[in-house]
Design a protein around this ligand. Sequence first.
Ligand SMILES: NC(=O)c1ccc[n+]([C@@H]2O[C@H](COP(=O)([O-])OP(=O)(O)OC[C@H]3O[C@@H](n4cnc5c(N)ncnc54)[C@H](OP(=O)(O)O)[C@@H]3O)[C@@H](O)[C@H]2O)c1
Length: 338
Amino acid sequence: MARMKAVVQDRYGDPRNLRVREIDRPEVGDDEVLVRVRAASVHPDVWHVVTGRPFVLRLMGSGLRRPRYRVPGTDLAGVVEAVGRAVTRFAPGDEVFGESMRGLSWRNGGAYAEYAVAPEEALAAKPANVTFQQAAAVPTAGYIMLLNLPVRHLRPGQRVLVNGAGGGVGSIALQIAKARGAHVTAVEHPRRLDLVRSLGADEVIDYTREDFTRRGERYDLIVDIPGNRSFTECQRALRPDGTYVLIGHDHYGQVGRRVLGSLPRFARLGLRSLVDRRLRRGGSAPSKQETMATLQEELAAGHLTPVIDRAFPLADAGEAIGYLAGGEPVGRVVLTVD
Ligand SMILES: NC(=O)c1ccc[n+]([C@@H]2O[C@H](COP(=O)([O-])OP(=O)(O)OC[C@H]3O[C@@H](n4cnc5c(N)ncnc54)[C@H](OP(=O)(O)O)[C@@H]3O)[C@@H](O)[C@H]2O)c1
């Protein structure tokens, strides 16, 4: 059995417990692709699974007492090493990016390694105009964004507010809305205002100085990443026929419940959406292959430009996760694999 270096998580807890070890290379299934990883992204859900918080994720497939899948990371960019028998879209040597997991699940995906397997449907060809690091920063955040905000909802001239527009998910929402001709207002911490301006924001709001729900402005669409205002407060800034999309962010355990995280809030909004059209997404959710195709097109067209704050070597994965959770990054944090 061929061996490889990988970040291994033996138990839930402090990311600094993560270690690089030699383990068996994963075997490729019929509809899977083995990728020689060049870069993988560090994002809030990696922090959740490494720390095991909120507790409910352990019941959702991550593993009750210890992680069932031991290698963290969910998105990657790299070069195809081998393909399964049923794979038709990729061949060894192709440069690809995508997710190492099917659907949406809250568990380790195996991307923090020299080699990772990914389902064919979760990969796309890496556009030549972006680096491996940039491409690796997009899949998971982009999937979350497009699941919640199908691009067909965006119209030229719409007034869109993105709360948390400088983060992983928000920066994709901002750029995709701009590419569709929307007028975008970005709400962020002062350290990220130049970033959101550079990504195309028409207006910026410093959240340490101003509450966007009290400006007297009304928007057709509010994409709320941090969810620091209730829906009732956000309604003040929403047109009567507008749409409110909550992504939600537990801020590394600082908000949300210890056991259930923000799930109760999503459940309440889900119930309310039965009677309030402004909370309805409409239409069916795109598949992972469709979202990867959209993200690939946006990258190739130059509509989506991932900004990298810092790249860490694989061996410093724990430090990279701690750096992300410290709240300092201006742009994305990634791991690189030599
Ligand atoms: N990125 C991914 O690949 C990914 C993948 C799966 C799931 N998710 C989920 O999606 C959510 C967001 O992830 P993300 O990567 O976008 O997080 P992120 O990069 O931390 O972005 C959140 C942004 O919101 C800002 N923010 C915080 N408080 C704010 C406030 N009061 N007003 C306005 N902005 C505020 C943050 O700034 P501060 O630093 O000042 O707090 C930050 O820039 C998380 O729940 C995560 O679990 C993300």
